[in-house]
Design a protein around this ligand. Structure first.
Ligand code: ADP
Ligand code: MG
Length: 226
């Protein structure tokens, strides 16, 4: 099954208002977090585990807010000359640690030479992390996540492959729709955010998935000289 997407719907006025409210919610949440931290120092015995849960859930809510805001703010971002391999090497320890906890492994399969790309490093790292995390979440222990790079006609490609659950045709069709998720703890904002970032870099994301066998996400970005 193959689906190609190159367009994400612009956020409506309602979406922009939601972004404004979301932004304002961040400040009181930061205050709550700070005071909770203080309260923890005088935590009555036996309540430590409750505190842990409260902090985790607060951080999860913050994560959702940050994803939503990054998606809503699709303005111009500053770009610099970056080698994709450098970004991958910076992220590898993070991905390895995550995979380790799940009993999975990560393999890097990097091509010989890859020309520099003109990108916003932070955003591209976010794409790699989002795709990598999705891959791990789709796999059982012993699953293998492979990150591969290729050079194809003035473009650099990053392939994120997993040996996980794969997707049905119905799931593939909804993949980049904001808030579509099949996970209990999912936000459904990861892939819309990835698509928005890659499109702003003049690139594309392609998905190949076999239900029950695995998935390959291919990110294609124009090289610097283009
Ligand atoms: P979330 O991860 O919060 O659910 P995403 O936008 O990152 O949101 O992904 C949306 C949905 O796409 C997931 O819930 C899952 O059903 C599906 N998906 C994404 N990546 C994969 C993958 N590598 N393998 C199988 N399904 C995937
Ligand atoms: Mg995700």
């Amino acid at each position: 099954i193959r689906s190609e997407l190159s367009h994400v719907e612009r956020l409506s006025l309602v979406g922009q208002m939601a972004a404004g409210i979301t932004h304002e919610i961040r400040n009181p949440m930061a205050v709550v977090r700070g005071f909770l931290q203080l309260m923890n120092e005088k935590c009555p015995p036996g309540l430590e585990s409750y505190f842990q849960i409260v902090m985790e859930e607060l951080d999860r809510a913050n994560g959702i807010i940050n994803d939503f805001l990054s998606l809503a703010r699709s303005g111009m971002s500053t770009k610099e000359d970056v080698n994709l391999h450098v970004l991958l090497e910076e992220l590898a320890p993070l991905l390895w640690a995550d995979a380790n906890l799940r009993g999975q492994s990560v393999e890097l399969n990097l091509c010989e030479s890859l020309p520099a790309l003109r990108v916003n490093s932070k955003e591209i790292k976010q794409v790699i992390l989002n795709l990598g995390r999705n891959a791990m979440e789709a796999m059982q222990p012993k699953g293998v996540l492979t990150l591969e790079t290729r050079q194809v006609l003035g473009r650099a490609e990053l392939l994120v492959k997993d040996t996980g659950s794969g997707m049905t045709e119905t799931e593939l069709a909804k993949l980049f729709t904001p808030f579509f998720t099949t996970k209990e703890q999912g936000t459904g904002l990861g892939l819309p955010l990835c698509l928005s970032i890659i499109e702003r870099h003049g690139g594309t994301i392609t998905v190949n998935s076999i239900h029950g066998a695995g998935t390959v996400f291919t990110v294609s970005l124009p090289c610097e000289s283009e």
